[in-house]
Design a binder for this molecule. Structure first.
Ligand code: GCB
Length: 634
């Protein structure tokens, strides 16, 4: 083809025929079920670091002139044509070279790493060479913490995985494709377009951070191994429930033992396997004296799951540190370990402190949570997508409760099969990865979606799926509060999806997008179905350091006035059970372009981009110090 442009190809180009879009035609092959507790496994080796990377806005590495897969594609690596004496032939037409490419840091979004990538949403090709000598009877899995958004993986030139979804983990087995000399090469193509059939779709109010945003690990496991294992208290507090998934040829005939702090709590044979995968449920008595995890005393126990062969020899084991607590509702109350709790929270984007990146480094979680805890919170809304694993680990350690969210956000194409598939697989990733985290108390299936039969069906499917994966937690969604009929004297929650949820979230912008600061305090809230309400958003934009009249927008004083009015209104709502202002800190979003004020940032943070504290932080502190948990008999 390079010898001359065929006329038909030229004609197609002239009439503007596009390369086949990857998202709409290709099947989504998601390796299921997932590998969990990855960083606690003995055979894990990090592949993080500097990866050579080539930018490919025209997808030259993937498609030829006719939109067909490019047989000469970049995944094959750099293979120059050599003369008989070994010298590279000057006529070689290869137009890429990973060995000469600049690098990108993994984990990390590409957006902050090179100026030309700051708003880039196309394809980037990464290469990673590593040494790993395959061993008989062992299997090798590559695990990606997250990659935004459409990712293809080649191992030594073989196409091994295609994953869609920008925030959750996925893994791919490469055992059969490893070179026996131990010199291995991964090529990973990540593409971050916003398309109508994706989740989220084309419009979001946060930066579309393309790239390999999560840790990449090589995991070496036995031929038959434990893929997932979890254990939690069921809502009654009387039973321990969970499951394991065993993967491998010897799965049938194995048995499972589960221990807490070294003492057996459950032992049972693993049911026979289907296609090499067997799932065993756990339903055990609660051992005497098991200390509960709570916000004040976030006690965690050493839990281990042991896979034994028919002679009782251990084939594999998984270890985790697990807190045990119950989370339930009663009427309009949320109960932690049976006692009503007020969720005094803050909404957080995974937007890195101090740099333009996803908050994907482990110390980013610590910085963001330090800022949050300085406000006196006991709860964080991890919006609007799955946050890195380190965030949930840190919440467990600190005794913070967490709302975990799917990016089913604004204008989703409800009947598009790609959107349905993607939402489901992202839900699997959200729930299955963190079922051992005591801090995770709520799975939220959506943010601000308009009611209608197709939306309702889409969300109900996700609610049922979340409950099937995990019957121990609450399910919610953050619902729209749209401007009402003028005076806003009452606000009635009437979204029909509320009846399907355990807890209702409501995003209200009285005092900012609609309504008036002065009339906000007197708005009366009512609801169709009796549910605990979390006020999942409210706020106002303020540029840190911009001071002025308390009715002048974008000043810190106006932001204070909106919060004061909101808290007056919210504290009078009899069914309120939680509150999370929007948002912890200013965050990057190409949507916000008011020059001199926004410049690519949403300014509704309680803190500025680098932790600059705005006046409103003191309001939150004062209000939270004086907003007790409801009385038990309430
Ligand atoms: C919302 C969205 C959130 C936005 C926020 C805003 O309702 O849920 O993603 O960033 O409003 O600042 O407008």
């Amino acid at each position: 083809m390079n010898g001359g442009l065929p006329l038909v190809g030229l004609a197609r180009r002239l009439v503007g025929e596009q390369a086949r879009p990857v998202t709409s035609a290709d099947p989504v092959s998601r390796p299921a079920p997932l590998l969990t507790a990855v960083r606690r496994r003995p055979g894990v080796h990090s592949l993080d670091g500097e990866w050579p990377a080539l930018i490919d806005p025209y997808r030259t590495g993937e498609f030829d002139l006719f939109g067909n897969p490019n047989g000469r594609g970049w995944h094959r690596g750099h293979r120059p044509r050599l003369a008989a004496d070994g010298t590279v032939l000057p006529t070689d037409r290869t137009e890429y070279d990973f060995d000469a490419a600049p690098t990108l840091t993994v984990p990390g979004s590409w957006v902050g790493q090179r100026p030309e990538l700051s708003l880039y949403e196309g394809s980037v090709w990464y290469q990673r060479r590593f040494t790993h000598r395959p061993v008989d009877d062992r299997r090798t899995i590559i695990r990606f913490g997250s990659a935004n958004h459409d990712t293809r993986v080649w191992c030594n030139g073989v196409d091994v995985a295609h994953h869609i979804g920008g925030y959750g983990p996925f893994d791919v087995e490469v055992t059969d494709h490893l070179r026996s000399d131990g010199e291995q090469q991964l090529i990973v193509r990540v593409e971050a377009e916003r398309t109508p059939d994706r989740v989220p779709a084309t419009d979001t109010d946060w930066a579309n951070d393309g790239g390999l945003t999560g840790h990449v690990d090589l995991v070496d496991v036995p031929a038959t191994f434990l893929r997932t294992a979890w254990l939690q208290l069921d809502p009654s507090g009387d039973r321990l429930v969970g499951s394991v998934v065993v993967d491998g040829p010897e799965a049938s005939g194995t048995s499972l033992v589960c221990r807490i702090d070294g003492t057996d709590v459950w032992a049972a044979p693993v049911p026979s396997a289907e296609a090499g995968l067997a799932e065993a449920g756990i339903d055990a008595d609660v051992p005497d004296g098991l200390t509960r995890w709570s916000a004040d005393d976030p006690v965690r126990h050493d839990v281990s799951w042991h896979l034994l062969d028919d002679a009782g020899r251990e084939i594999d084991r998984l270890d985790d540190r697990v807190g045990f607590r119950t989370i339930t509702t009663s009427g309009t109350r949320i109960l932690l370990n049976g006692a009503p709790i007020m969720l005094r929270g803050i909404a957080i984007h995974a937007d890195a402190p101090h740099r333009d990146d996803r908050a994907c480094r482990d110390d980013d979680a610590a910085t963001l949570l330090d800022w949050a805890q300085s406000l006196g919170v006991n709860f964080v809304r991890l919006s609007h997508y799955q946050h890195p694993e380190a965030m949930l680990e840190a919440c467990d350690e600190r005794g913070l409760l967490a709302w975990c969210e799917l990016p089913v956000y604004w204008g989703i194409d409800w009947t598009n099969p790609n959107a349905v598939d993607s939402a489901r697989s992202q839900l699997d990733e959200l729930v299955i990865r963190d079922r051992n985290r005591a801090s995770a108390i709520i799975w939220s299936v959506a943010n601000e979606t308009l009611p209608g039969p197709e939306r309702n069906e889409f969300l109900r499917d996700l609610v049922a799926r979340a409950r099937a994966h995990d019957p121990t937690r609450l399910v919610s969604a953050a619902l729209f509060v749209l401007p009402g009929s003028g005076e806003h004297e009452t606000h009635h929650l009437d979204d029909p999806i509320a009846a399907d949820l355990d807890v209702v979230g409501a995003n209200n912008y009285f005092g900012w997008y609609y309504g008036d600061v002065d009339t906000t305090p007197s708005i009366v809230w009512t609801q169709d179905v009796e549910r605990p309400l979390i006020m999942t958003e409210y706020g106002a934009g303020a540029l840190a350091g911009n001071h002025g009249h308390d009715r002048a927008r974008w000043t810190e004083e106006f932001q204070v006035a909106v919060y004061e009015a909101q808290y007056e209104m919210q504290r009078a709502i009899p069914f309120i059970a939680g509150t999370t202002p929007w948002a912890l800190k200013d965050f990057r979003t190409p949507k916000r372009q008011l020059p001199g004020i926004q410049d690519g940032w949403n300014r509704k943070g309680v803190f500025g981009p680098n932790g600059e504290e705005k006046l409103v932080a003191e309001v939150v502190r004062r209000v939270y110090a004086d907003w007790p948990d409801p009385a038990p008999a309430d």
